[in-house]
Design a protein around this ligand. Structure first.
Ligand code: IMP
Length: 187
């Protein structure tokens, strides 16, 4: 089995330390905001698979208020005749009515995924519905969606990998976020 090679990436955007620092700040902000909300219920964090895995795990670890985890599996029709269409592959198992729902996503790109989850979970009458994204890739937005918590904003349209983000299933386990070298997908 070969380790990743440094020439697979063109640059590092955020180191593991910078990511952990920012995730800790987000946790503190979320904790403070939810402390103001009605009820003593736990937050239901819904991670969008598979990219949200490390982010949601770390976000919860830095928080000392009750949080339940659930997962939702979506698929988008990329390069097809149905651009922007999202398919629900695996729904959450938690009953969301009356709950404080926090959708956790790795990156908001065109915005179609979060528009879909907002409609899907919003229709279940949650007590509140908010979104937390580690990255916001602004230049690629096609539909406007509210994102209450953002880790880092990208001004450039670059393909990023690491800390949950993949290319062809690889790189999710890297602790930092880098730009994939174009050579890797131009083969
Ligand atoms: P959206 O529906 O276009 O906002 O797409 C969001 C999804 O696209 C994310 O959950 C990622 O799976 C994927 N995605 C978008 N940009 C990148 C990237 O730069 N690297 C890895 N995955 C990405």
């Amino acid at each position: 089995m070969k380790p990743y090679s440094p020439d697979e990436f063109s640059k590092t955007l955020w180191t593991a330390e910078q990511i952990q620092q920012r995730v800790r700040e987000l946790s503190e902000q979320i904790r403070a905001d939810y402390a103001e909300m009605e009820g003593e219920d736990a937050i239901v964090a819904v991670g969008l698979m598979r990219g949200a895995m490390p982010f949601m795990a770390d976000l919860g670890r830095y928080m000392d208020i009750a949080m339940e985890y659930d997962l939702c599996w979506l698929s988008s029709y990329v390069n097809s005749d149905r651009p922007g269409e999202i398919e629900l592959v695996q729904d959450v198992r938690t009953e969301l009515e009356g709950r404080h729902v926090l959708v956790v996503e790795d990156i908001v790109d065109t915005g179609h995924t979060l528009k879909f989850t907002n409609e899907l979970f919003g229709s279940r009458n949650p007590a509140s519905l908010r979104t937390c994204c580690l990255l916001d890739k602004k230049p690629r937005r096609e539909v406007e969606v509210p994102v209450e918590y953002v880790g880092f904003t990208m001004e450039e349209d670059e393909f990023v990998i690491g800390y949950g983000l993949d290319y062809a299933g690889r790189y999710r386990n890297l602790p930092y976020i880098g730009v994939l070298h174009p050579r890797m997908y131009q083969k």
